[in-house]
Design a protein around this ligand. Sequence first.
Ligand SMILES: Nc1ncnc2c1ncn2[C@@H]1O[C@H](COP(=O)(O)OP(=O)(O)OP(=O)(O)O)[C@@H](O)[C@H]1O
Ligand SMILES: CC(=O)N[C@H]1[C@@H]2OC[C@@H](O2)[C@@H](O)[C@@H]1O[C@H](C)C(=O)O
Length: 367
Amino acid sequence: MSDVVLAVGLMSGTSLDGVDAALIETDGEAHVRPLAFRGEPYSEAARATLRAATELALAFDSPRPNPEILAAEDLVTRSHILAVRKLLVDAQISPADVAVIGFHGQTIAHRPDRGWTWQIGDGPAMAAALGISVVNDLRSADVAAGGQGAPLLPVYHRALAAGEAKPLAILNLGGVGNITWIGEAEGDLIAFDTGPANGLIDDWMERHAGRPYDENGAFAATGRVDEAVLKGMLANPWFDQPPPKSLDRSDFALDAVAGLSPADGATTLTAFTALTVERGLRLLPSAPKRLIVAGGGRHNATLMAMLGEACGLRPEPIEALGWNGDATEAEGFAYMAVRSLKGRPISFPGTTGAPEALAGGVLHKAA
Ligand SMILES: Nc1ncnc2c1ncn2[C@@H]1O[C@H](COP(=O)(O)OP(=O)(O)OP(=O)(O)O)[C@@H](O)[C@H]1O
Ligand SMILES: CC(=O)N[C@H]1[C@@H]2OC[C@@H](O2)[C@@H](O)[C@@H]1O[C@H](C)C(=O)O
């Protein structure tokens, strides 16, 4: 295992909750050893800046320079640089010992249908500030080749699940949900976005409860599911559309639940998320033996209970496999950066709909 290196991965997800930074030791293949993790929450002001940038970017026909977006990018870059510095101090690792940083950046608009996806974050500035090579823009090559540009985590999920019984499903419940199905045969990898995961719940909580999210699902536990509203939301033909498919955080809205009480709205949206996953499971080649859950949504007890009921499969937090579900995404981008350095693929026909297995990412070398 001579080519095992130290790599940092950085993710700022669609929930705009903060920067996740992970340090792993990996060869970009089967060897993965998580070493350290830090989550750095964004301030309210930072969240507002990022939210404004996403609203602006979504209205664009294609990515182009804009002062507000450049200011948001500067914020993203500086927050991530700080997160890496703190992570390395915690881990007592010198920057000189880190081979590469996988810098996902902040998705401000995801429009594969228009031929682009846009993650902000200045790779060259980060490489210069930290003296470590940076791989960013991990989705664009896939979209340019006709893929969805997402989800990218499946290649990491496959490495994590190497020793587990198959078929296995790994569900990521972030702002948006995505699922990875790993089959028994080599190369059996299917993945797609399932729908909004916590995104709509967070929006509802912010608007009707003055809180950024429904901690442990306590609020949703107090309401009732409005079956008629839920049925209407699930009638969206997107859920039956076969993969590949991916979403922008804003592709679903709160209109359908607008007339409900705050508690019933939270409960109905939580049930909606659970049932979108059940719809996703129907699109898989075969039923998984286990449903492993990563991402912040695994902390929502009401959502996890509803998932179990909807899917007929007990959802297990990814900790059941010995991994830290708060760190999985950031670790995944560290792993992908190492693969990128080696020219190894990070997206596949079964995951993003890429025409063939594709490498991705843009390298910015440390000076
Ligand atoms: N204790 C908790 N109880 C309920 N929900 C929680 C809890 N902790 C986190 N969450 C939910 O998880 C979300 C964050 O999850 P995560 O960090 O996985 O998303 P993300 O990475 O930003 O999104 P994406 O994966 O779509 O890019 C929060 O916005 C919140 O809704
Ligand atoms: C465009 C974009 O940033 N998509 C995210 C988002 O958040 C979850 C889901 O939607 C997934 O497709 C993706 O992130 C994960 C990390 C992925 O690419 O696997």
